[in-house]
Design a protein around this ligand. Structure first.
Ligand code: CUA
Length: 315
């Protein structure tokens, strides 16, 4: 792979990050330069045997210099923080690609059910969100060309999103020491135009969409027995629950995102919906990370969340 690929920038966010980086570097060089220049001038001019008038410098320099540098660096802080906070907020209609990290590989599931190992295919000019979790230890997914990185944690879901502008093949790295093979836990990010991505999805052969696989699991695990419309058990109806606000019995109001759905399946006692009894058994140990991805995809599809079908078209 071309070593210069490290310098490629494939999203507007990456360019914004570079602007901050270069501005901070340039500013630091200028300040270090000025300090060293003054150091040199003063050490020559005020050396011990130089008969120069040693009066106190006027205070005004201090009054200007101190606040000026303070506000300059405060500006850099504001610039970087505003950028980072903006990056936390993902667009509503993102294409969700699930990533499960394990020692030492990246397992990827496309919305249409196509599975990949150590590769993420994604379309450009589309907001893509990576919904990530780990099967064992802490990993960190790093996409240098997009200037984004996020820890991938066991027992938790973390997110990363981007809207890429340039097709191509870029690095995918693990940026957290996760064991002896950590340095080999690499892969490729393949960015394609939207028609190419649709064509690629189709060429991966017939696969049942993630949501369809999840629906099958939902039945085989017995979830539908209690959560189905004709159930005699008093359990919350899950149609449209994804993305909704849920009132819990302890007074909290939470948004039913991926993390909430996951917790409700593995640790049902941790968040009881107001008006319901804590009757649900835990599925920890029964539902692995791969199955969890499918179940969550199914629950999301019940809420009309954007998915892509087998033909690679967005719905
Ligand atoms: Cu996974 Cu380092």
């Amino acid at each position: 792979m071309n070593p210069f690929v490290y310098f490629s920038r494939v999203s507007n966010e990456a360019i914004a990050v570079d602007h901050i980086f270069f501005a901070l570097t340039a500013l630091s060089i200028v300040i270090v330069g000025v300090v060293f220049l003054l150091l040199l001038v003063f050490s020559v001019r005020f050396r011990a045997d130089n008969p120069v008038h040693r009066r106190k410098p006027p205070r005004i320099f201090e009054y200007i210099w101190t606040p000026a540098t303070f506000f300059l660096f405060l500006f850099i802080f504001w610039w970087a923080a505003a950028n980072q906070l903006g990056a936390l907020d993902h667009p509503k209609d993102s294409l969700d690609i699930h990533v499960v990290a394990k020692q030492w590989m990246w397992k990827v599931e496309q919305p249409n059910g196509v599975r990949e190992i150590d590769e993420i295919h994604a379309p450009i000019e589309t907001p893509v969100r990576l919904v990530m979790t780990s099967q064992d230890v802490i990993h960190s997914l790093f996409l240098p060309a997009l200037r984004i990185k996020q820890d991938v944690l066991p027992d938790r879901i973390t997110y990363l999103w981007f809207t890429a502008q340039k097709p191509g093949i870029y690095h995918l790295l693990c940026a957290e020491f996760c064991g002896t093979e950590h340095s080999r836990m690499t892969g490729r990010l393949v960015l394609m135009t939207q028609p190419d991505y649709a064509r690629w999805s189709r060429s991966q052969g017939p696969s049942r969409g993630l949501a369809a696989q999840g629906e099958k699991l939902f039945r085989s695990l017995g979830c539908s027995g209690c959560h189905g419309p004709n159930s005699s058990v008093h359990a919350p109806d899950l149609a449209g629950v994804y993305g909704r606000e849920v009132h819990l019995s302890d007074g909290r109001v939470v948004t039913a995102d991926e993390a909430y759905l996951r917790d409700s399946i593995l640790k049902p006692g941790s968040a009881i919906v107001a008006g319901y009894k804590p009757e649900m058994p835990s599925f920890a140990g029964t539902v692995g990370e791969d199955d969890m991805v499918k179940l969550i995809a199914y629950l999301k599809s019940l809420a009309g969340h954007t998915t892509i079908n087998q033909q690679g078209e967005r719905r």
